[in-house]
Design a protein around this ligand. Sequence first.
Ligand SMILES: Nc1ncnc2c1ncn2[C@@H]1O[C@H](COP(=O)(O)OP(=O)(O)OP(=O)(O)O)[C@@H](O)[C@H]1O
Length: 396
Amino acid sequence: MIQITGLTKVYRRGRPPALLDLTFDARPGMVTALLGAEGAGKTTALRLMLELEQGQGITLFDGRTYRRLRRPEREIGVLLPTGRPVAGHPGRRARSHLRMLAGAVGVPARRADELLEQTRLAGVAGHRLRSFSPGMHRRLSLAAALLGSPGTLLLDAPTEGLSPRNIEWFHSFLRSFSVSGGTVLVTTRTMQEASVLADRVITLDRGQLLADQPVAEFRRTRLHPEVSVRGPQMARLADLLLSQGVEVRRDGGAGIAVSGIGRTEIGELAYRHGILLHELADRVVEQPVPHPALPAASGRSGHVQLRPAGQAEPGRPAVVGQSTPPDRILQATAPTAPQLFQDEPAPVAGRPPQAQPLQDQPPQAQRPQAQPSHAEPAAPTSLNHQPVTGPDHRSE
Ligand SMILES: Nc1ncnc2c1ncn2[C@@H]1O[C@H](COP(=O)(O)OP(=O)(O)OP(=O)(O)O)[C@@H](O)[C@H]1O
């Protein structure tokens, strides 16, 4: 059991705290997800728990602070970002890397071999780390965290950037670890991962606890961190994001809402492609519900969610309280970006573009008509708040 009380961290005086009074529990037999957008404070929370960072508040692991644990590596397995994709020295072979760490933890070398089996790395145990894929590195890091047979796992974004196959493997591993009585605390940026992986979801927004919910309740309310982006060239940006497998939905006339990627990455992508941004901001919203009329897709999953008519609130996504299982959310095939987004023409000097009223989504899914290139400044389509998921190009 991990009891987290009042964690607070201010990195720079005069700046808002990275974490403010965070309190929650992570219980044995459960996967607890700490969900938040980029910069929400997830890593800071983990670092404070492990006393790698000075701050306020207290974390107890089965009643003791980290510092008071007799053999922390035997009690808590940790996976924190190292800033490098490689799990160890690139020239070292996986088996000798893990056996060396086994020696440091004080467990026999055969424990390293067992873990290579368990993490499906036995077949590449003699390979050098430089030949490993990101998924293999991540599994090797997990094997290292498990060397001391800890009862608790603290994992920071363990699946980020991995292939669907590796993500699935991690999820099933963590679920069986918790089912056998282990405590798992895992951070994630995506609501989708939180809903399929966790039993309990702690949602953080700009350093503060927004919600602490059992997963069933989380699925009903579906608090969802996303980045709101506005500017005159959102179609181009949406295309770029979709081509990288990022989830994008239209959000008002000149805006898109982006999930599963941080502000910084979006800003850098826009900068690299010369795309002008007027706004780039984190926020947490409740997810619109999928439209019941949408057909199930054949082939790879997309992500289309339509807000029922009449639930619009101009300028922000609909707030819904309807429960929809996450597997339903992933059933429809998404239209492609050019169908959904069209950049505003450049403003004519001395004649600013007219603000257009927002329109509600009609109850039936309708494909938008392609607009001719000579069209007048685009009238808002009926596709406000329509999310799209593009193909997953992330490699293992
Ligand atoms: N060493 C540091 N010095 C100053 N500010 C920091 C430092 N580390 C983090 N921050 C700031 O604290 C806030 C929380 O950062 P943190 O890394 O904990 O967020 P996060 O939720 O883990 O984000 P991500 O999903 O990108 O990893 C951010 O505003 C970040 O810029």
